[in-house]
Design a protein around this ligand. Structure first.
Ligand SMILES: [Zn+2]
Length: 260
């Protein structure tokens, strides 16, 4: 048998079920991990078995960009799970050649540098003997199916949240129709039915000096505002007045940055 591990940094297991049994006999814990990915959402499933015991699989959901990164995250979460387990020898099985080559150091990471460096750090700090094996999907079917099932659930949850956000923005637009608006120095003055005045601006980020906006978004980092803030009725009114589309301005926050 060719020693692929020596040259590639990982074992090519393929469909060889017997080889996995061999590793188990030699005292290895076998970790199977697989990821599922669609439109900015990723999930993974991780199962562990030893000669004498099969552990319950665990699933994770996360935001991610791309399926290779999601696959790498499944490896990262496997290493995290290993932290609290007392194994000396571990074989991690994954069916994505690119991901396995990256974590074995056979490929140099380009776009996946961040997650790869987290994995390397974890490998470095681990006292365990950790090996990687490339398997055919068939051999990882259980975790593959669990990851897919988890992704369907995750997407459904995210879709519900997205619908709630759309509903909320629509409510604010309805509310905004009771206000009036005029252009002033530094932005727009929005006057409510009860005569209260609020200052709205659309500079770099939209802002309003109402209680809702100040309480939730005024002192938050730009990154958080850009990913989470939803408009108040005053911003909706000023947007309508200045012919801006509030759904476009808050697109990222409303969709949650994912493609549904
Ligand atoms: Zn406001």
């Amino acid at each position: 048998m060719i020693d692929w591990e020596g040259s590639l940094g990982y074992y090519i297991i393929g469909e060889d079920f017997g080889r996995i049994e061999d590793f188990k006999e030699r005292g290895y814990a076998i970790i199977r991990c697989d990821a599922s990915y669609k439109g900015g959402l990723g999930t993974c499933s991780i199962s562990i078995e030893t000669k004498n015991k099969a552990y319950k699989s665990t699933e994770k959901s996360f935001r991610e960009k791309g399926s290779t990164r999601a696959e790498l995250k499944s490896i990262y979460y496997s290493l995290m799970r290993l932290r609290n387990l007392n194994f000396n020898n571990v074989l991690i099985l994954n069916d994505n050649q690119y991901a396995v080559s990256l974590v074995s150091g056979f490929f140099k990471p380009q776009t996946t540098r961040e997650v790869c460096s987290k994995i390397n750090k974890e490998l470095k700090n681990s006292q365990k003997n950790i090996k990687f094996g490339l398997v055919r999907s068939k051999l990882n079917r259980k975790v593959d199916q669990s990851a897919k099932k988890q992704l369907r659930k995750y997407r459904k949850d995210q879709l519900e949240k997205y619908n709630e956000r759309v509903k909320r923005v629509n409510c604010m637009i309805t509310e905004s129709q009771k206000h009036s608006c005029e252009k002033v120095n530094g932005g727009f003055s929005v006057i409510t039915e009860s005569g209260r005045k609020y200052l709205v601006s659309f500079d770099d980020l939209p802002t309003c000096n109402c209680y809702y906006w100040r309480k939730n978004w005024e002192n938050k980092a730009e990154k958080i505002v850009k990913s989470k803030a939803l408009p108040c009725s005053h911003i909706c009114c000023a947007a309508e007045f200045s012919e801006r589309d509030v759904f476009e301005i808050f697109e990222h926050q409303i969709t949650g940055g994912i493609k549904l």
